[in-house]
Structure formats: C-alpha cells, structure tokens
Design a protein. Structure first.
Length: 408
C-alpha cells in the first residue's frame, strides 16, 4: 500500500460529537397549556366535553365564507395571493373600525393593526412593552395563554384578587402603589375562565388607577358580542381617563370562524407602530387572502344577523347547563350565571379537588377543565370551568348526568 494511503486509512481521527445547544432558558418560565392537554385526552367521540372554549362548528356560516373566498379569487386573485402590508387589508380595517364605532368606541382604520388571531396581538404587544423582570398585573384567575405569553417575556406576573364581579379596584390600587407595573391585562367582558363581567364603575376605577400609577391597560375582548341578557357595558378603552393608555384586543374567532386566525389590536400610535415592527419580524403580515375574504364577507353578508343566531343557540345551551347543575354537583357547590360568553365558573365545596376528580369524570365519559391552572396566585382546588357552547341542550343534560357520578 502506498504510504500516504496507509496514513489516510489507519490514522484518520475519530469524530467526537458535541451536543447541540439546549433550548432557551425562557422556556423554563412557561408550562404547557393544561387545557390543550385535556382536549387531547378527551378527543374520543363518546366523551361529552365541557373543557374546550370552542365555538360551535355547526354554526359556522360555511356557505357565506366560501362565497367570500370565491368572489375574492374570481375578481382579484393576483392581489389576494400576493404579499401585502403589515398593517392589514384597508377594507378589513375599515370594517372593524366601523363595528367598534357602533359599540361606542370611535375608531379609525388607521388606529388598527390586523393580526394572526388576537393571541398574536397579545404577543406583539408584550414584545413591544415588556422587558424581562417587568411587573405585569393580571386578574386572578386569568386566561391561561396570557400567562404563557408573559412567562415567555420573562415578566414578573403579579395577581390581582377578584370577586364575583371581577377585579377588585381596592386590591388593584394597593398593589399598584406597591409595584411599579408596566401593564394590567384583563378580559372585562365574559371573562375566560370565569364568565364574569366587570361593571361600569369598576372599569372606570381601573382606568383611573392606570392614569394615576402610569401603567398600560390591555383589554382583551374576544367574547363581547356574545351577550344573551343584560345591558352592554362600554369598553375601558372608551373611558377618557384611559384613552391614551388602553390597548383593545379583538378577534373574529368567536363570531366568524377560529380557523381564519384573524384578530386585531386598537392602540395609541406609538404602541401600534412598535407592534407593526414586531409583526414584520414575526410574519411580515397576516394572510392576505384570509383578510380579503373576511372583508368581503363583512361587505356581502350580515354578520350581526349571524351573531344573533349564535347568541340564541348559546343562550339555550347556557340555560340547559344552569338548570342541570343543581342535580349534578355536590351540595354546597357554587356557580355563577354569566350574561354571555362561553363559560360557567363552578366552585366545589371544601374537600373536593377538581384536578384529582377529572380522571374519574373522564372514566364516566365527561370532561371539564380544573380551575387551578388559571390562578397565578394561590389556586382554589375546588374550582372548575365548564363550557356550554359545543353541545346541544340534550347533550349537556346527559353530560351533567355523567358528571354527577363523579361525586358519588
């Protein structure tokens, strides 16, 4: 053998494999969503699930949405399939602005940024406003995905106590004096997970607290159009005390279709511009064709009439659940009567652990979401969230009969 060949054959060094870098440390602040895990657990068709916060799929206006896509692709396919501006489709922004203005919140199209679902709106806003270590105030219990978002940002999340009417203004004031907060996040109308609605006087107190202590208000409103009874309450963003420091988040997921992934944020110019820059880095812009189809749907169809149909169906389902709860839950249980939205908040009597009982419930082919994961502070082990939107009244009654077996 040639000497060089001998060297190449016999003396080649062995390769030492170096491990790839670990995942980012920010993941250590964030747990996976127990709601998503429960939805996977209860995917069997025989399980009646009150766990998901999903709109009823049989109520989607499939024909109207299909027609909107057909018209967009027929009339201007090149534009519908092309890149577009980060801020969003002008026609869609104008339509959203008109809907907000009709709800006592005067809005121009230029006040809005279209996002890929309102969840992205919250992520962009957090990117724009929150530094690692900043204090973020949340109502307790709180929407789970918001807690995940703030965890990713490295925020220090501070819970604000609530009662049956939502966030307690006196508690907010005491905490705001003690903590230098960057923002307060809340869902004041038909809150997730509790279904509570913050009364007008408390909304004004929140607005004044933000002005007095210098924090932003993030008002998340995915459920506001799903009111079944009672009077509509003006958004916090409409309060003059908070107009310069409130960001409103909205979504078409609950009133049109969640698969479209269309949301929006309404914000003062400085913050909105920062969110535009953050969105450019995230995805350039929300899907052009989906925005165009939504705008065309709003032009050609009557979304208000469609939402009215949804409200009638959901009200019947809510009432069926409320009527069945006394026979399904152990004596001493408490629950609220939400005026709209998708959820009823239940508190079991002392000694009952909703998380531990879930496995028994699933064995009886019914499911719910334990309330404990929604708490940022001390959890209530007896709390549970029940959603009533995705099952008929008869299915709800059967599901509650199954739930009753959990407590035997």
């Amino acid at each position: 053998m040639h000497p060089v060949a001998s060297v190449l054959t016999n003396a080649a060094p062995s390769l030492t494999s170096v491990p790839a870098p670990a995942t980012a440390s920010r993941l250590g602040n964030v747990a996976s969503s127990p709601v998503r895990e429960i939805l996977a657990l209860t995917a069997r068709p025989e399980v009646i699930s009150f766990a998901g916060g999903l709109p009823a799929p049989e109520l989607f206006d499939t024909a109207g949405i299909r027609a909107a896509y057909d018209r967009v692709l027929t009339e201007n396919p090149q534009a519908a399939l092309q890149y577009s501006t980060t801020e969003g489709d002008p026609e869609l922004r104008a339509a959203v602005a008109a809907r907000l203005t009709a709800r006592e919140l005067p809005t121009d199209a230029d006040d809005l940024l279209i996002t890929t679902g309102s969840q992205q709106a919250l992520t962009l806003l957090t990117t724009a406003l929150v530094e690692p270590g900043d204090v973020v105030l949340v109502e307790d219990p709180c929407y789970l995905a918001a807690l995940q978002t703030f965890g990713f940002a490295g925020a220090r999340v501070v819970p604000v106590p609530t009662d049956d009417q939502g966030i307690v203004p006196e508690a907010l004031e005491e905490i705001a004096v003690r903590e230098k907060a960057t923002l307060l996040y809340l869902v004041p109308t038909f809150q997730n997970p509790t279904g509570r609605t913050l009364p007008a006087e408390r909304r004004h107190a929140v607005a004044e607290a933000a002005a007095r202590h210098g924090f932003w208000i993030v008002e998340d409103d995915p459920y506001g159009e799903l009111r079944y009874e009672g009077e509509r309450v003006r958004p916090i963003a409409a309060d003059p005390a908070a107009a310069d420091r409130t960001v409103l988040l909205g979504s078409f997921s609950k009133v049109m279709a969640p698969g479209l992934r269309l949301g929006f944020l309404r914000a003062p110019a400085e913050v909105r511009h920062a969110c535009v820059i953050a969105k450019q880095a995230a995805d350039l812009h929300t899907s052009t064709i989906d925005q165009a189809a939504a705008a065309r749907y709003l032009r050609d169809s009557d979304l208000d009439a469609h939402v009215a149909t949804m409200r009638a169906v959901y009200r019947e389902r809510r009432d069926a659940m409320l009527e069945g709860l006394p026979g399904a839950l152990p004596e001493g249980s408490r629950w609220n009567r939400p005026e709209g939205g998708m959820f009823i908040w239940v508190t079991l009597p002392a000694g009952h652990d909703a998380t531990a009982l879930l496995r028994t419930a699933v064995a009886h082919e019914v499911a719910y979401v334990p309330g404990a994961p929604f708490f940022c502070g001390e959890p209530d082990p007896g709390a549970m969230r029940l959603s009533f939107t995705t099952h008929s009244a008869d299915e709800i009654r059967e599901g509650l009969r199954r739930l009753a077996k959990t407590f035997v």
